[in-house]
Design a protein around this ligand. Structure first.
Ligand code: RP5
Length: 153
């Protein structure tokens, strides 16, 4: 039987996937089971609603939401779930990702979306694992080992 996904990754377009491969690769290296969906807050709002509103009951513990341009995806997902959201603003051709960053990070009071750097997909995976590690000693150890490795590099 497949492992229960703990991290849910949602991205606005298949065009975000090359950036988000740094997130999936890091989660795989850490042994964190995840699920992945492509759904846009603007193009597929019903799909986003269905996925986000069932995420917690399906066993997910943290969500990574990646989007570019008018990047409302993290905020829309946050509206439908009690789970913590980590936003990944995707670099864009017109405004270099500042559009994505500001759309994602400037959430109104009451609806937080944590936000990593533009194209910060690897950090999103690390942060998601840190959130898991706050409750799960195995993932806490994963992060401690990772940090110890960086200190030796
Ligand atoms: C956003 O629009 C996506 O997250 C993507 O970063 C951006 C461009 O999407 P495509 O036009 O490449 O599908 O919704």
């Amino acid at each position: 039987m497949a492992e229960q996904p703990l991290v849910g990754i949602i991205m606005g377009s298949a065009s975000d996937m090359p950036v988000m491969e740094a997130c999936t690769a890091q989660l795989e290296e850490f042994g964190v089971p995840y699920e992945l969906i492509i759904a846009s807050a603007h193009r597929n709002p019903a799909k986003v609603h269905e996925w986000a509103s069932t995420a917690a009951d399906r066993g997910l513990r943290v969500i990574v939401a990646a989007a570019g341009k008018a990047a409302h995806l993290g905020g829309v997902v946050a509206a439908y779930t009690p789970l913590p959201i980590i936003g990944v603003p995707i670099k864009t051709s017109d405004l270099g990702g500042m559009d994505s960053l500001l759309s994602m990070v400037q959430m109104p009071s009451g609806v937080p979306v944590a936000c990593v750097a533009i194209n910060g997909a690897k950090n999103a995976a690390i942060y998601a694992t840190q959130i898991l590690g706050a409750q799960d000693p195995a993932f806490r150890q994963t992060i401690e080992t990772f940090k110890a490795g960086m200190a030796q590099a």
